[in-house]
Design a protein. Sequence first.
Length: 344
Amino acid sequence: MKKLLCSLLFCLAIAVTSQAQSSTDVVDIIEEGIRLYEEGNYKAAIEQHKEALKLDAKNPEANYELALTYFALKDMPNAIAYSNAVIKTRVAEPELRAQAHVNKGSALDVSGKPEKAIKEYYRAIKLAPRHHLAYYNLGLTHYNQKNYKEAEQYLTKALQFNQGHGSSHLLLAYIKQAQKQRVQSLLALYNFLLLEPASERAPAAYELLQQMQQEGVSKGNGNAINITVSADKLVDNPFSAAELMVSMTQASHSIEAQEVKTPEQLFYENTESFFNILGELREEKQDFWWSYYVEFFHEMALDKNVETFSYYISQSKSPASLNWLQKHPEKVEQLTSWYRNYKR
């Protein structure tokens, strides 16, 4: 009897050890698949994750990564199928299942099924109420349908849960540009570039910011500067006063440009004036744009960080700005510290 008990205990120990080893192998295989995905080697990543599923057929992480990878390959049926595998696995954490709903929704949206996509995003929010990507994707789907009011509502919600989500800021900028609301679009672009000053998207965003900053200001005869503001920009626009003052400031600095000032210096001066003007106009206004963006940038101006900020967000298009930043690391650290400690 004693020998039988020892034998059973020995077999159980081998089984537990084997299971632990298998679990370790699955984790390692998935991590290798993620590395391959990040390198853009999607087909090899798929092979890795399918190897993991051979060891653990219902592994939610492996199914989730497969869904992501198939989406990257624009294989939406498989992206949806593997997202469903995560959703149906009750052992998966609510956050992971929520992300699987988001992935499935994105695949449905790309496949021309926005209504079904929206349902998936709502399911994600039910599982994880603070899931900022679900709100972002809701905003994106509504934006693509030109439902700008709804899109804005969801994107502002996304930013309440993750102020560092660059895509939400950028999409808000595009929405306000489409609605011909320049001031709000500029605010969102400034925030996006603070987060992504050197990303692939930064040069286009910076060019758009400069273009909108100079909008309505043109040179006339001799040294004259003309200011034009469309009437439709001033109707039912809480930033109508700012629209006029931004154009006037831009015109004033255009005259100064005839003096010896670099484009980087003029951009800094325009930006600082913009933030100060908005800060003076804010008074007790408490809606999202005034309390989230205007207050943030006005505080930046009050704390003397706009110069560094202006060079920092210009680096993707201006070698001179990059050179300035390299020469003033202490100012960059001051801006970084200020942003890190600022509470929105």
